[in-house]
Design a protein around this ligand. Structure first.
Ligand SMILES: [Zn+2]
Length: 486
């Protein structure tokens, strides 16, 4: 480390100055100053040979789960049924679980993470926020923490007591103890967010309002969130219209239009990020676009949970901003951000699409819009003096092992082949946090071993929950089929 915590200069053979816009500079040395990109100079020696650098990626929607869902039996299936399996999520050391996920994301070239936290333990929230922030700072990624807010429909798309009564009598007490709690008032929630912000916000950590999903919040709560966000400028991150069932619920509950209703409450502004947005209508996309709101697309998650494919060509036609998230559901369950980038690129640029995903839009999502969604700041996505010092360096030569010189743009090779294993180093705010593919701030392998050990130690208890899960999932499935027919 030199220069006030800034890493020394980075030499590369290719510098993707503005990915998606074609500007590649050959043989460059990038230096950092005060956490920002400092000078960019031409280099002549052989330092940095075979390396390519570009702005670090941004994960605009994630749940930061070090222990993957399938480990505790939450196998991929339709979202609503999958969600019930979260009942069995074993209690883990929060710091280790988060450090593990942040570390994997850093190894994947992600410099900024939107953590949509989903605890219902309001009493512990401030303490948890401090632990989560410490994990992010130790790994070195930028963090936005969405503080979870909800005050209705915890169990699904109907009154909690009504849904609880449908469940097997043997399971009701367990479900109540696991998921239901006395909801704080909107005022108490807003004070809680302000308190957490005071405790954890800093140069690389910020806090957002995190209504879990608009259906899980009363109008009064949503309005308080909209007002508080307008007052303090903090962003709002939520899930929106992820599944067809949510669409059917929204149609039944708000016949005059769901997003219209949210906009009337003051929620849909340039500070709003909705995750998924698969089932938005063109009209709702227009409302989002007009208000400068954005959707965080989670393409692999939407495939794995059978939710659908987001109407991204409609987003593009309407000029709506969008970013990308991994949602703790990457295509191979490994937090590989470059693979997620590739899935989105292919899925949304199919021949016949009225407005295909261009490389420019793809990188605007992974850089500029994502950075805005997470860090609430503009001006990211170009390697230029004064830009945030967030840089991912890839082992380009190992990706291009068979490519004949001069036949293809280096970025085409990145789009086709880059994965976590090609990430050589990652710099965030001018600090090197991954070197030779290894996280520097924490011992990731030891943490992973410990998290798995902790979870397996709960094995007997978890196996005893399995019948409850299966009964619960069956109940929910038939309730949905009867109440919201297709
Ligand atoms: Zn999510």
């Amino acid at each position: 480390m030199t220069n006030n915590g800034n890493a020394g200069p980075v030499d590369v053979e290719y510098l993707a100055v503005a990915p998606g816009r074609g500007d590649i500079r050959n043989r460059a040395t990038v230096s950092f100053s005060d956490g920002l990109i400092g000078k960019i100079e031409s280099s002549s020696g052989s330092n940095g040979r075979g390396l390519l650098a570009m702005p670090a990626l941004v994960d605009a929607h994630d749940h930061v789960r070090g222990l993957h869902h399938i480990a505790f039996g939450a196998k991929d299936q339709t979202f609503e049924v999958w969600r019930a399996a979260l009942y069995a999520q074993p209690p883990l050391d929060l710091y280790m679980n988060c450090a593990l996920a942040f570390g994997r994301l850093a190894q994947a070239g992600v410099g900024s993470v939107m953590h949509v936290y989903s605890s219902i333990n309001v009493e512990r929230m401030a303490e948890d926020a401090e632990i989560i922030s410490r994990a992010a700072r130790d790994v070195g990624v930028r963090l936005a923490l969405a503080v979870p807010l909800r005050d209705q429909l915890t169990l699904g798309y109907a009154d909690d007591e009504k849904l609880l009564a449908l469940h097997d009598p043997r399971d009701r007490e367990f479900i109540r103890n696991t998921w239901l709690y006395p909801f704080p008032s909107p005022r108490t929630y807003m004070d809680m967010v302000a308190d957490i912000a005071r405790k954890v916000e800093g140069p690389t950590v910020s806090v957002q309002y995190g209504p879990n999903s608009p259906y899980a919040c009363s109008d009064k709560l949503l309005q308080s969130i909209a007002e508080a966000s307008a007052r303090d400028g903090r962003r709002v991150t939520t899930h929106i219209l992820e599944t067809s069932l949510q669409r059917r619920w929204a149609n039944a509950t708000y016949p005059k239009g769901f997003v219209r209703h949210l906009a009337d409450l003051g929620l849909i502004t340039e500070r709003f990020t909705g995750a998924h947005g698969i089932w938005l209508t063109p009209d709702e996309i227009r409302i989002m676009a007009e208000n400068g709101a954005q959707i965080a697309i989670n393409a692999s998650s939407n495939l794995r949970l059978r939710s659908g494919i987001a109407p991204v060509s409609e987003y593009i036609k309407a000029g709506m901003r969008f970013s990308f998230g991994i949602d703790s559901f990457s295509i191979d369950d490994d937090e590989d951000a470059f693979r997620e980038l590739r899935v989105g690129h292919w899925l949304f640029s199919l021949d016949g699409s009225p407005a295909p995903m261009s490389q420019q839009l793809l990188f605007e999502g992974w850089h500029r819009n994502g950075y805005r969604a997470v860090n609430n700041k503009e001006g990211y996505g170009e390697v230029m003096p004064g830009a945030p010092g967030d840089l991912v360096v890839l082992n380009f030569d190992s990706m291009a092992y068979d490519v004949i010189d001069g036949m293809v743009d280096p970025m085409e090779v990145v789009l086709t082949r880059a994965t976590t294993r090609h990430v050589k180093s990652l710099y965030v705010a001018g600090r090197e946090i991954v070197r030779e593919g290894k996280v520097l701030g924490v011992d990731l392998e030891a943490i992973e071993r410990e998290v798995i050990k902790m979870a397996r130690a709960r094995g007997e208890h978890m196996r005893s929950l399995r019948p409850i899960l299966e009964r619960t999932q069956k109940t929910l499935k038939s309730f949905h089929e009867e109440t919201f027919p297709k």
